[in-house]
Each structure stands twice: as C-alpha cells, then as structure tokens.
Design a protein around this ligand. Structure first.
Ligand SMILES: [Zn+2]
Length: 585
C-alpha cells in the first residue's frame, strides 16, 4: 500500500512537470496586455522559441482575426508555425486577386532576432486594432524559421553584434545555413517553406536579418531582390516605384535607410555593388515566382531596441504600400509571368553593369587606417566622431552575359526521383509519358566544370559549367516525366535544370554520379579491339596518328592512347558525362 501510494505520487509529479515543461508552450503564461517578452524585458532581450509560439497561440485564441497553423516538420523534429492576420476569414482556395498577400520570414538566422520580436508586436498591434489596415491585407509570418538554431541558445556566436543578450545559433539542427538552402533543399525546413510559400503565393516577401560588414550611420538597410534578374515589369516596379516609396515612407518617420552595404574590408564611400540574391537565398527563390522580395538587414552595432523598432516600422510601411497598390503590384507580377512563359531564350548568367550607377547620399563614418596594437599590422577602423554624407555610386544594374534556349519540355527519366520530388514540392506541372517512346531530344555533355576544393553548405559545388548540346534519339520509358516550360514555375524549372545556371541542381552535386565511369578495362584485353578499330576506320587512324605526332606525352603513354580509343569505341559508357535530363523541341 505504502509502495503504490509512493508510485502514484511519483507519477503525479512526472505529469505535473511535463505540463510545466518549457517545451510545452501551452504552459507559458502570456502577458494579459499582450506585451511581448522583448517589451517586458530591458530592451536588449529577445523572446525564446517557446515564449514566441505561446504568444502567437494566445493571440490566435483571443482574436478571430489571427490564425495559427503548423506546417511541415523542420530538421529538429518540430513543425513551422505560420501566423496569419486578416480583417476577415481567409479563403486559401481563392487566388485573392484583390488582396495584397505579404509573407514575413523570421529567425532564418536566429541570432539575428530583430524580426522575431518586431513581428510579434506587429501582429499584436493588428489584432488589437492599434494598427488598422484595409480589408485587402493578408499578412502572414513564419514565427521562427530555424527552429533548431533557435533552441540552440547562446550568448557568443554573433561576435559582431550589439545585443540582444542571448539568442539562437545560425546553423540549424544539422548545422546548415538555411539561407543557402532554398534550391538544393537539403533540409526539412526548406521543404516546409516551399509548402508555405506555394500555399500563400505572396505578392511581397520580407526576410528579416542583421548585417555584418562595415560601420556607417544607418540602423536600417534593405537588400532587394536584384531588379534586372527578376525580369522587366516586376523589376522596374521594384526599382522605380516600390523601393523609393518605402524609402520615402520611412523618411517621413525620420528613419533613414540605405541599400545593403555590400563591402567587406574597405570603406563603402568608394562605391559598392548590389548583393546578388541567387535562388539559393530566400528572396532569390521567391523571385522565381515574381514575388517582390527583400531582406531587412539592420546594422549589427546599433542598439537592439532601435533595430527591432526599425524592423517593425519597415513592415508597417510595406503593409501600407502594398495595401494602396494592390492592382499595380498584381499587374506587374502577372506581366512577368506572361513574359517569361512567352520567351524563347532565358538569361542565366549576369554581371554588374558598371556603365550605370545610382548615386546615394551615403551617410558613413570616416575610415581610418590604424595599426593593430595586437598584431602590429594594418587595421581599418571607423571613426564615429567623423560622420559624413557623401555622394556614393551604387552599382545596382546587371546585364545578362549568357542565355539558353527554352525548350517546350524537359524530359526527366523517372529514375531522377529526387528531382521529380522537388518539382512536385514546388507546384511544377508534370506529365508522365503514356508509353515507351523514342524521341529526338537535346542532350548535354558536360564539357568543363570546376569543383570547390572545400565544403560549402554540405556540398562541394561545381562552378564554371560548360555544356555541349547535341541532338540525339533517346528511348524513354512509360511514366518518365515531361515538364512543360510554359507554366508559372518556368524560372524554377530553368534555374534548377539548366546545368550552367548559377544554382542549378548540377552545381549542387545532384548529378555527380555521371562524373565517374562505372566499368574499367585491362590494357592487354582492349589492345586487340583498339587495333581492329584503327584497321577498320581510316579517318580514325589518321586522327590517331596525328595525335601521336603532335603530342609526345600521348605517344609515350599506353593508357592515354587506349583511353582515347576506348572513348570512341562501342565499349564507351553513354552515361559518363551525359546530363541525364533532356530538352524536347
Ligand atoms: Zn542573416
């Protein structure tokens, strides 16, 4: 009797402690005025993951205008929480053509926590009516995107950063930088993001960060998706209308903002070029569907309180601009969709066009060449007692250097199921072949590429890819996949499947198995075949002889000569260096 009472007591204790566990956001008491942990703290503190989720759950419980949903699963095993605000209930089945849809991403780099705190306050202000918006606004946010990194809380890893006191870590549960993962999709976080993005189909996307790099006067910087790369109609709208409107709106609130200061180890007043957000980055990915995207990059050395309030102000102004320009924004996005689907060629590589620059009235600090007392070597520092405003060139224009012909279809053999899965995840329309068929297709041979000598984001990526396209008859099987390019996801298809594109699947090592021959041969066995080939093929013999005369190394090597002939023999492996996805028409 005594024993079982004790057991019962122990069980009760376990139950109680489970209920109060910090992993259970339901157990967390949210402030009755909906003040956030940031507001309740000393201004230099950010919410924990658990407090953040509990806060949004409370808002969703108490206000019919706020909804919260769990989507997917991240690498740490927990789902993403997405919160929506709208004056009336949202019909996700509709295109919501008369509504501006805004998606905010926070905590992709959890140490850069400004956006997490700012968005909690903003959603609260929307829910309580402190900030009033039109009925045409659908505002959505991912509470904290890098859940694993956020739970890995520490006080030191943001070496450059002036607060908050403690924060999460940049690497996710598997130490990936999620803001390089949007195309290669190694993480579950990325796969969950794709679900969220294609559900909401946002017109505007903001990813909140904190900068690294130079010192200057601004607390706020913006890093817009590159306007030439996103394509004409949306790009010129971003550059000529949206960005100036945001800058003006912030100026009216006495908040200065500058384009992201993309310089390292030199003073920005010499001029700088725009950071290029390839599709591996969040805004580069959302640009593939013509979403107006930008990253907020607050300045790392400014007080945390100012950074959080500045980030909140940017989002508030974006809501106003979006809400007042729904028609214009929908129009330029639609024009982009239409133009890309009608095009015959697609630019895949760009370079900065230095013949044009915008001129900034850049508010910097004088750069001083000092000598480090520690190392005895030169060290550049900034003197905050010497602020300046200086005309500074900003190289924000890019021009295409390389383009590819857009086929009517790509043909993806069903064996490439990883690729097919990613296409499906990204809403790409696909048609299976109804029967075995031989088709005349464009086939790439990998002519040249370099491979990174050290690891980058879980890969040894390839670069400087050169391919040669030949027309060949290829036999395909029933249920191999046809991907028509005339569809809204055309840019995703081209950027991933064209090997020379900057973030192609090839560059991210998706097809490394084609870079190796599977079989070998013994010289004494193949030599007889090689001799026969030369006897029977006069032109082959001539080329072979001239190679021998011209190249002493070749002439002195059995292996080189036999390999040259083996590559031209029936024993050659077709798969070797053949890109396994084909272009039809
Ligand atoms: Zn960041």
């Amino acid at each position: 009797m005594k024993f079982s009472l004790l057991s019962l007591f122990a069980l009760l204790l376990i139950l109680i402690s489970c209920k109060d566990s910090p992993n259970n956001p339901n157990a967390i008491v949210v402030d009755s005025d909906y003040k956030t942990p940031f507001e309740l703290g000393n201004g230099n503190q950010t919410t924990t993951y658990q407090d953040c989720i509990a806060f949004y759950q409370q808002l969703a419980n108490d206000f019919s205008t706020v909804t919260i949903e769990e989507i997917g699963k991240t690498d740490i095993g927990l789902p993403l929480h997405v919160i929506h605000y709208s004056n009336s209930s949202i019909n996700w089945g509709s295109l919501n053509e008369n509504k501006i849809k805004i998606l905010i991403n926070n905590g992709i780099h959890p140490g850069e926590s400004d956006g997490i705190d700012a968005t909690m306050m903003l959603v609260r202000d929307l829910a309580t009516g402190k900030m009033k918006v039109e009925d045409n606004v659908i505002f959505s946010t991912i509470a904290i995107y890098n859940v694993g990194g956020s739970l890995n809380r520490n006080t030191g890893t943001r070496t450059n950063q002036n607060g908050p006191e403690s924060y999460g870590f940049r690497g996710n549960a598997r130490n990936y930088d999620l803001n390089r993962d949007f195309i290669k999709a190694d993480t579950r976080n990325t796969r969950a993001f794709a679900q969220i993005y294609h559900k909401i189909k946002p017109d505007i996307f903001i990813d909140n960060h904190v900068s690294n790099g130079a010192d200057y006067q601004y607390t706020l910087t913006h890093l817009f998706t590159q306007h030439n790369r996103i394509g004409s109609a949306t790009g010129s709208y971003i550059h000529n209308t949206f960005q100036p409107a945001l800058e003006q709106a912030l100026k009216n609130r006495s908040l200065d903002i500058t384009p992201y200061v993309n310089v390292y180890n030199q003073s920005p007043d010499k001029g700088f070029s725009q950071f290029v957000d390839y599709p591996r980055y969040s805004t580069g990915y959302t640009a593939l569907w013509n979403t107006i995207g930008f990253m907020v990059e607050t300045h790392m050395l400014k007080p945390y309180n100012d950074r959080v309030l500045g980030t909140k102000a940017i989002m508030e102004e974006v809501i106003h601009i979006g809400s007042s320009n729904v028609e214009a924004i929908k129009k330029v996005r639609q024009e982009n969709f239409t133009a890309f689907q009608a095009a015959s060629y697609y630019p895949i590589n760009f370079e900065v066009d230095e013949s044009y620059a915008d001129t900034l009235d850049f508010k910097g600090y004088e750069a001083i060449e000092n000598v480090s007392e520690l190392t005895g070597n030169k060290l550049m520092t900034y003197d905050r007692d010497q602020p300046f405003t200086r005309k500074t060139p900003f190289y924000t224009y890019m021009k295409a250097t390389d383009s590819i012909r857009i086929p009517e279809y790509y043909v993806v053999p069903q064996g490439q199921w990883e690729v097919i899965e990613l296409m499906r995840l990204n809403n790409i329309i696909m048609k299976p072949l109804e029967k075995d068929s031989t088709m005349t297709v464009g086939k790439y041979t990998m002519n040249k590429f370099n491979t990174a000598p050290s690891a980058y984001e879980g890969h040894y990526p390839h670069s400087n890819v050169k391919v040669q396209e030949k027309t060949r008859k290829v036999r395909f099987r029933e249920s191999d996949i046809l991907i028509p390019t005339a569809q809204p996801g055309i840019k995703y298809i081209l950027e991933t499947l064209e090997p020379a594109a900057p973030d192609s699947f090839f560059k991210w090592n998706y097809f490394d198995t084609i870079l190796q021959q599977k079989e070998g041969y013994s010289a004494y066995v193949f030599e007889a075949t090689a001799r026969k080939m030369l006897e029977e093929n006069e032109s082959l013999r001539k080329r072979f002889d001239s190679m021998k005369r011209a190249d002493r190394k070749f002439a002195n090597s059995n292996r080189a000569q036999l390999s040259w002939l083996h590559d031209r023999s029936d024993n050659h492996e077709d798969a070797y260096l053949t890109y396994p996805i084909y272009k039809l028409n």
